[in-house]
Write a protein that binds this ligand. Structure first.
Ligand code: FES
Length: 223
C-alpha cells in the first residue's frame, strides 16, 4: 500500500470523476482508495471505488464529494482491501447490483470478455456504456440469472445482507451451486488504520471488518 498524490481530471454528470494517479495506485475492481482532497473541511477522508480504467488513472464510481472540481489535488492511500477474483473457469458471469448503480462492477466486464465469458448485468437502474454483448436484466429476474450463471459478483450495502440471505434461501439449489462474491459497502472512516469498528458486521463466522477483510467477501463466508 502506498500514499501519493493524484488529481481530479474530469467530473461526469452521473457524479463520478476521472482521477489521475500513478499506475501502482489504481485499484482493481472491488478494491478502494482512501482519498483526502487538499483544503477540504471537515478534513474527512473519502473512500473511492473504481468503475473503469482511464488514461493514467481510473474513473471512480459515484458519488464523489460535491465540492470536488476538476484540477483538485488529492492525497491517495491504497489500493486497499480484497477485490473481486473472477474464476478463470467462469463462462457465465452475472454482475448484480442491489443498490444505486452497477458502476463498481463494470471493471469486471473486460476481464470476463477476455476469457470469453457471457455476461448478464442485473440492476434496476439505467446502465450506460456497456458493450452490446452484455445482456441487462432487472432485479426481479435474479432467480433465473442465478440458475444460469456459474459465477456472480454482487454489490450491496452492508444492511441488506440479511435480506439477501432470505432471498437466497428461497431460491434453494439455484443459489447453493453458484460461486459468488459480494462487495459490501459501509462507512469506512479509518479504512483499517485505527480499528474504529464502524465497518464491522456479524457473519456466521463472527465479527468481520469490511475495510480490512473485505470489502469483497466470498458469499459463503458472510451468509
Ligand atoms: S473503518 Fe475503521 S475499522 Fe473499518
Amino acid at each position: 500500500m502506498k500514499t501519493t498524490r493524484g488529481k481530479v481530471e474530469e467530473i461526469f454528470l452521473d457524479g463520478s470523476a476521472r482521477i489521475s494517479c500513478p499506475p501502482g495506485l489504481i485499484p482493481t475492481p472491488g478494491q478502494y482508495l482512501q482519498t483526502q482532497a487538499d483544503g477540504s473541511y471537515p478534513p474527512l477522508p473519502v473512500c473511492l471505488f473504481p468503475s473503469l480504467s482511464s488514461p493514467n488513472g481510473f474513473r471512480s464510481a459515484p458519488p464523489i464529494p460535491s465540492e470536488w472540481t476538476p484540477g483538485k489535488s488529492l492525497t491517495l492511500r491504497g489500493p486497499i482491501g480484497r477485490g473481486f477474483s473472477l474464476p478463470p473457469s467462469a463462462r457465465k458471469t452475472a454482475l448484480i447490483s442491489f443498490d444505486d448503480s452497477l458502476s463498481r462492477l463494470l471493471g469486471l466486464v473486460s476481464q470476463a470478455l477476455a476469457q470469453k465469458s457471457e455476461i448478464v448485468a442485473v440492476c434496476d437502474t439505467v446502465v450506460e456504456g456497456l458493450p452490446e454483448i452484455v445482456e441487462i436484466q432487472p432485479l426481479r429476474s435474479l432467480p433465473d440469472v442465478l440458475a444460469w450463471a456459474d459465477y456472480a459478483a454482487m454489490d450491496m450495502e452492508r444492511g441488506k445482507l440479511n435480506r439477501l440471505e432470505k432471498n437466497l434461501e428461497a431460491l434453494g439449489q439455484a443459489a447453493a451451486r453458484i460461486e459468488a462474491q459480494v462487495l459490501l459497502r459501509s462507512p469506512m472512516p479509518c479504512a483499517g488504520i485505527a480499528d474504529c469498528g464502524v465497518c464491522a458486521f456479524t457473519s456466521r463466522r463472527g465479527w468481520r471488518m469490511i475495510c480490512r477483510e473485505g470489502p469483497v467477501f466470498d458469499l459463503g463466508d458472510v451468509i
